[in-house]
Design a protein around this ligand. Structure first.
Ligand code: ADP
Length: 463
């Protein structure tokens, strides 16, 4: 292997402490194998202190190179240990302890070098500390290795993934790592074939700069994509808002025109109308004025919910009574029959009574609006866990599955002619969700086109 540490990495002369930068595990494992093989071939000792994955890959690579790894282990010529476990034997209070390191790692090296054998060590404890973000401990450990080399003969090979140095902030530490090693080996993106130490060191420095550049441009690309998405969301919101304004203007204008029209007729001609016609005109006028008031009130509720200024008057509430009162009001307003199924022992809930009635009213009004007059509409309530689940079921037109995720967003109206024909502002469910959640509950819907819908929401039980 052209740039793996050469056979000269014996133990003689000054301490041999190489760092191999790498991008892929495969490259690292081959480089480590090429570093350890000369020792094994000469009957010397090799130690690998690595992650489980790297130990397995290394053993396989040595086996493929013709070594009987199990036999080498038995003879004490090949020792592979878990980086994390060995690290734990000398870490104290978050830093490597000098005395424990000298004792535990020193003994390991001394045992391997029994009989005058030279020792080659592949170590990944430092890279592990680095990966955990503990750069100071990693640099301290590199120093301890260098110090150990003053009393023990071994050559050391460290591996660092390039990603460890991708942040600009890691540059200083990278320079320090390079200084701590007698040999610096660039990662596999450098394909040049050279023994020139200075050149390789310089290439590694350039690789780290490039890695930072790549990381930053990737981060920039991600930021750009995020901004693009935010912009698209804003544009969508803007479009919805404009549609909404157009819709509200339309929805307010028509009933308002009716109120004005009737009042005008009555002002100029009321003496000519019989009493029953006056009564009818006034009733229609009141209905239209109520419609305007409802739209305005919905918009105010939305504004308050969004500004988190909506206040809930939460207390112990008799939900059963609340349900029956709402059902009676909706029945009277719509002349539809609504079935109610509530157990006699339904527990009291902690809620804002008026808001509970508003939620149920919204869901019942929808159930009635989106179903044929003769079909069934029902309300159920059951206690489950610490909450009561209230359900509103209809046998109406249903909601396409694809529309369900956006149903509780504001201004949502299902984009289908059967839905568009029914009057509405698309605020009811958005408000209901805000009101349910504001009282500590959840709301969801199950629906099938042509078969009907079931909205459920929860209210915390009063304890
Ligand atoms: P609005 O009814 O005022 O348009 P909502 O927020 O209450 O606003 O409802 C949003 C949309 O959800 C409705 O326009 C309708 O398309 C759909 N929807 C709500 N409830 C039902 C239901 N029970 N059956 C079918 N569609 C429904």
């Amino acid at each position: 292997m052209k740039r793996a540490v050469s056979d000269r990495a014996g133990g003689e002369g000054s301490h041999h402490h190489a760092v191999q930068l790498y991008e892929t595990d495969a490259f690292l494992v081959t480089a480590v194998r090429d570093f350890l093989v000369p020792a094994l071939e000469q009957g010397d000792a090799a130690i690998a202190v690595a992650t489980a994955a790297h130990r397995d890959q290394l053993a396989e690579s040595l086996t493929q190179a013709g070594f009987d790894v199990a036999a080498l282990r038995d003879r004490g010529l090949y020792t592979d240990l878990d980086a994390g476990e060995l690290l734990n034997t000398f870490m104290l209070g978050g830093s490597p302890d000098r005395t424990l390191f000298q004792k535990n790692v020193g003994t390991l090296i001394a045992q391997a070098s029994a009989g005058g054998r030279s020792v080659r060590v592949f170590g990944e404890m430092v890279a592990r500390l680095w990966a955990e973000g503990d750069v100071a401990a990693a640099l301290a450990l590199e120093d301890l290795w260098n110090e150990l080399a003053e009393s023990h003969a071994f050559s050391l090979f460290c591996g660092y993934p390039m990603t460890a140095f991708e942040q600009e902030a890691a540059t200083l530490a990278f320079t320090k790592v390079c200084e701590q090693h007698s040999h610096v080996r660039p990662s596999e993106s450098f394909t040049g074939n050279t023994d020139n130490e200075e050149l390789m060191r310089n290439v590694a420095v350039l690789q780290q700069r490039a890695q930072v550049g790549m990381f930053e441009s990737q981060a920039l690309r991600e930021k750009q994509a995020e901004l693009q998405q935010a912009l698209a969301r804003l544009e969508e919101l803007d479009r919805l808002r404009n549609d909404f304004i157009a819709m509200v203007v339309h929805d307010i204008r028509s009933p308002n025109a009716i109120v004005i029209g009737f009042l005008e007729i009555l002002r100029t001609n009321w003496r000519d109308f019989p009493d029953d016609q006056i009564d009818e005109l006034l009733s229609k006028g009141v209905d239209s004025a109520r419609q305007v008031a409802r739209i305005v009130s919905d918009m105010l509720t939305v504004a308050k919910l969004e500004a988190r200024e909506f206040t809930f008057d939460v207390q112990s509430v008799d939900l059963t009574q609340c349900i029956y009162r709402t059902v009676a009001a909706v029945t009277e307003a719509t002349s539809r029959t609504i079935d109610v199924e509530v157990p006699g022992n339904l527990p009291r809930v902690t809620a804002d009574e008026a808001r509970q009635m508003q939620i149920l009213n919204n869901l019942l009004t929808n159930a009635i609006k989106f179903s044929s007059p003769e079909s069934a509409v029902s309300v159920t309530a059951v206690a489950s866990g610490g909450e009561v689940v209230v359900g509103v079921r209809d046998e109406g037109i249903g909601i396409p599955t694809a529309e369900i995720p956006r149903l509780f967003r504001r201004f949502t109206r299902v984009d289908d002619p059967s839905h568009r024909d029914v009057k509405g502002t698309g605020l009811g469910l958005y408000i209901s969700k805000g009101l349910v959640e504001g009282q500590g509950g959840r709301i969801w819907v199950d629906s099938e086109v042509g078969r009907g819908s079931e909205f459920n929401y929860t209210v915390p039980i009063d304890i």
